[in-house]
Design a protein around this ligand. Structure first.
Ligand code: BG6
Length: 479
């Protein structure tokens, strides 16, 4: 017999600062690396810049009112470091921090619990110029300075803190998520070095939450996909295990056990890819324990054996830039360890992301069984080309189906005994995709703009808006 969703279950949605706020250079804010990367994306591929994004900076009251109308009890968003400290460190930008005070107060006044992410890809550009950003260990102390300030500022208003967004995805797509100078882009060891610096930053942020926030809870937000073997051939099953260790366990073992997954570390060491670990690092990582795990789940993955062959080299995940099925530019390959591939059993989105609700149930059960900590969903959603039709509506039944199937899968996991705190699909309002401009939409609320023309960024309720409202009202019973 189904237990239903817990009475205090948090329903909401997510966004991140640079993807939604705009006002990239307003009220004292200076550039983040995403402002620069997205300018390049505009020149190279015609995708919108982050200058205006969804203009939430100017629409936040309207957005919160729409969230309230949908019945949200939570909203997950991130704080732009370079809005608070335009140069990364030093003088606080009063107008910048005031924006977040206003946003958080507006949420609380509407009964919406904030889930705050401290870092979502948008390092202050000043720190890239100063020491190459996350490539340098110096960033850890500057992150600590920023995190202490923000956590202290909101310690009485924010209970849930997510630290760093998607370290696993940063390793895969590092030039999209971090600004990496051209001449360093072939050095794959640096991917894991950046990740190590982020592990230190994550641990420091967890410690700060434990020190400063009464009853506060901290955890990373991780991009996570189950890895299925392509076939039941033992070599494919072994490859899927290898991929799981390097792509998944490698992060979770750090957050919950304080060590690097052995098999992954051995592989990295054998290939000269392992991070340099200094004395005291692993002790710090252990001290900065996580209270929960925030999961960003979109798709499952598939792996097959990858025998060593002449000319086969290590490569990382490709991207589908066009939104035409099958345009994916390649799969992660580690000769002798594993090779990622398409799962022939699953349909995909237009960007080749496998649609797999059961994968969500699978990871919930797997992670909860292994680490025994509460979980929350901080991202889950379907990127699609939405159409604003003549009736002034967006009929996104495909999105409703995607979300319904995933909520059902989450429900099955809860019935099985998994502790799930919140569901925050991606995204509350349409926003700037990390690699596909604004054409690839995720929101319940349509933002009327194109890649070339921000227009007024008017808000329009999609069909999924009304559907989600009903889901929340019935606490997940009416899907
Ligand atoms: C997650 C990120 O990886 O996926 C988000 O945390 C991102 O920032 C989301 O927007 C969807 O990816 P994309 O590339 O479609 O924007």
């Amino acid at each position: 017999m189904s237990k239903g969703f817990p009475n205090n279950f948090l329903w909401g949605a997510a966004t991140s600062a640079y993807q939604v706020e705009g006002a990239a250079y307003e009220d004292g804010k200076k550039a983040s690396q995403q402002d620069i990367i997205n300018k390049e994306n505009y020149t190279k591929r015609g995708f919108a810049t982050a200058d205006i994004a969804s203009d939430q900076y100017h629409h936040y009251k309207e957005d919160v009112a729409l969230m309230k109308e949908m019945g949200f009890t939570t909203y997950r968003f991130s704080i732009a470091w370079s809005r608070v400290f335009p140069d990364g460190v030093g003088e606080v930008n009063e107008a910048g921090i005031q924006y977040y005070r206003n946003l958080i107060d507006e949420l609380l006044a509407n009964g919406i619990e904030p889930i705050v992410t401290l870092y979502h890809y948008d390092l202050p550009w000043a720190l890239v110029e100063k020491y190459n950003g996350w490539l340098s260990r110096e960033v850890v102390k500057d992150f600590a300075y920023f995190a202490r300030y923000v956590i202290n500022e909101f310690k009485d208003k924010v209970k849930y803190w997510t630290t760093i967004n998607e370290q696993s995805i940063i390793v895969q797509y590092w030039t999209q998520k971090c600004y990496i100078p051209e001449e360093l882009r072939d050095n794959n060891q640096l991917r894991y070095q950046i990740n190590h610096h982020m592990n230190l930053a994550h641990a420091i942020a967890c410690k700060l939450v434990h020190e400063l926030v009464p009853g506060g809870l901290a955890g990373a937000a991780i991009g996570y996909s189950p890895v299925y073997p392509l076939t039941s051939k033992p070599e494919d099953v072994m490859a899927a295990q290898n991929a799981h260790d390097l792509r998944n366990a490698f992060y979770l073992d750090i957050y919950f056990k304080g060590f690097y997954t052995k098999s992954a570390l051995i592989y990295l060491e054998e290939h000269g890819l392992a991070p340099v670990i200094e004395e005291g690092d692993m002790e710090l990582i252990k001290e900065g324990y996580s209270d929960f795990l925030a999961l960003n789940y979109y798709a499952s993955e598939c792996a097959k054996a990858c025998p060593m062959e002449e000319g086969k080299e290590i490569r990382y995940s490709g991207v589908n830039w066009s939104g035409k099925k099958g345009d994916m530019s390649g799969f992660e390959t580690h000769p002798g360890f594993y090779e990622m591939c398409k799962n022939p059993n699953l349909d995909t989105t237009d960007w080749d992301w496998a649609i797999d609700p059961t994968g969500l149930e699978y990871i919930f059960r797997d992670i909860y069984t292994r680490y025994n900590k509460p979980l929350m969903v901080t991202e889950n959603g379907m990127g699609a080309f939405d159409t604003l039709t003549e009736d002034g509506r967006v009929h996104d039944d495909y999105r409703i189906k995607y979300l319904r199937d995933h909520i059902e899968a989450m429900h099955r996991a809860i019935d099985y005994g998994v502790e799930v705190l919140a569901y925050c699909p991606w995204s509350a309002v349409d926003l700037l995709s990390t690699s596909n401009g604004v054409k690839k939409r995720y929101g319940f609320i349509y933002v009327d703009r194109t890649d070339d023309d921000p227009k007024e960024c008017a808000r329009i309720r999609k069909d999924s808006f009304y559907w989600y409202k009903q889901v929340i009202k019935s606490n997940g019973a009416d899907l």
